[in-house]
Design a protein around this ligand. Structure first.
Ligand SMILES: Cc1cc2nc3c(=O)[nH]c(=O)nc-3n(C[C@H](O)[C@H](O)[C@H](O)COP(=O)(O)OP(=O)(O)OC[C@H]3O[C@@H](n4cnc5c(N)ncnc54)[C@H](O)[C@@H]3O)c2cc1C
Length: 285
């Protein structure tokens, strides 16, 4: 017999996870489309009763995004400018109806190459808190998402939070889609820059939808560090190596188009993060 449980405490949820195999249900916006009309064969652990996992808390050195925090919660919560990329990504996840129920953690656990939340979390050096009845561990987002629809989540574990080390700098995010709203990304880019005395002291740039897992672009980050904040930033970003990317061709765009588009978007996002433009989302030509 299949079980359905909706615990109200994290301890109760972890105890259930320790007893057998469950599929976790958060906002259901990936869960139900994946299920389609197939009959349920797995136990369902509904985490919507875990009020303790909803919202964003602050410790001395981290912002802690509870696993049941929605994209709307992220948009509404006062956060430093380094989170602007994540907030912009939040506004691009589906539509407001989706953002009101869908969780940040669900976006990570679903591990789609086109998950809009991932680049913004990568540039924040975020990690994922995984708990089981016996242990708690933390994995960087880049170590948590292993491939297309594959994560490091072990049986008996659930994601309880996403932790962001208190970040500095300013950030921006641009998503390229075939239309402006309710669209799966062709490519998306997040960038966070730390500018000191008019010079880029540190840079973090990440791209999604152009590899099985969203990637930080080390070559671009190196090219930007030490540059003065002026229009040379865009040229440096655009011509830097992007060897991490290996886009596929699909109905949304060819591999060559994605690579061309990404160079342009990286340049625009870097300018935006440095405060030089105020562009937002892009629509494919
Ligand atoms: C119409 C529509 C439009 C969409 N548009 C976009 C878009 O533009 N961009 C985008 O990135 N996504 C989009 N999505 C996908 C989806 O909304 C997001 O990925 C969302 O953040 C998923 O969160 P959720 O809470 O609904 O997860 P769920 O659907 O509940 O769960 C997703 C997966 O994560 C697992 N899971 C959830 N929480 C946990 C946890 N705490 N611990 C362990 N495993 C967990 C579930 O078992 C499941 O496998 C769209 C979906 C729909 C239906």
């Amino acid at each position: 017999m299949i079980r359905y449980a909706k615990p109200t405490t994290v301890d109760e949820a972890l105890a259930l996870l320790g007893e057998g195999a469950w599929r976790i249900l958060a906002g259901g916006t990936d869960f139900y489309p994946a299920q389609g009309t197939k009959p349920f064969r797995d136990n369902v652990l509904d985490i919507n009763g875990l009020a303790a996992l909803r919202g964003i808390a602050e410790t001395d050195d981290h912002f802690v995004i509870g696993a049941r925090t929605t994209w709307t919660d992220v948009i509404r919560h006062p956060l430093p400018p380094a989170f602007d990329a994540l907030k912009q990504a939040a506004r691009e996840v589906g539509s407001p109806q989706i953002q009101n129920v869908a969780s940040v953690a669900g976006n990570l656990c679903n591990a789609s190459p086109a998950a809009d939340g991932v680049p913004g979390l990568l540039v924040l050096d975020a990690d994922v808190e995984l708990r089981s009845v016996t242990a708690t561990r933390h994995l960087l987002v880049s170590d948590f998402i292993l491939g297309n629809r594959r994560t490091a989540l072990q049986p008996g574990e659930m994601v309880t939070a996403i932790r962001v080390p208190k970040p500095s700098g300013t950030s921006a995010f641009v998503k390229l889609g075939a239309r402006r709203y309710l669209v799966i990304s062709i490519a998306m880019v997040a960038a966070r820059l730390l500018v000191e005395n008019g010079v880029v002291a540190d840079a973090a740039v990440a791209v999604g939808s152009c590899s099985a897992v969203a990637k930080r672009l080390a070559g671009v980050e190196t090219a930007l560090r030490g540059l003065p904040v002026d229009d040379r930033l865009a040229a440096a970003a655009q011509s830097a190596p992007m060897s991490e990317l290996s886009p596929i061709a699909d109905v949304r765009g060819s591999a060559e188009y994605r690579l061309d588009a990404v160079r342009e978007i990286v340049a625009r996002v870097v300018l935006q993060a440095s405060g030089q433009t105020s562009d937002h989302g892009m629509v494919a030509a």
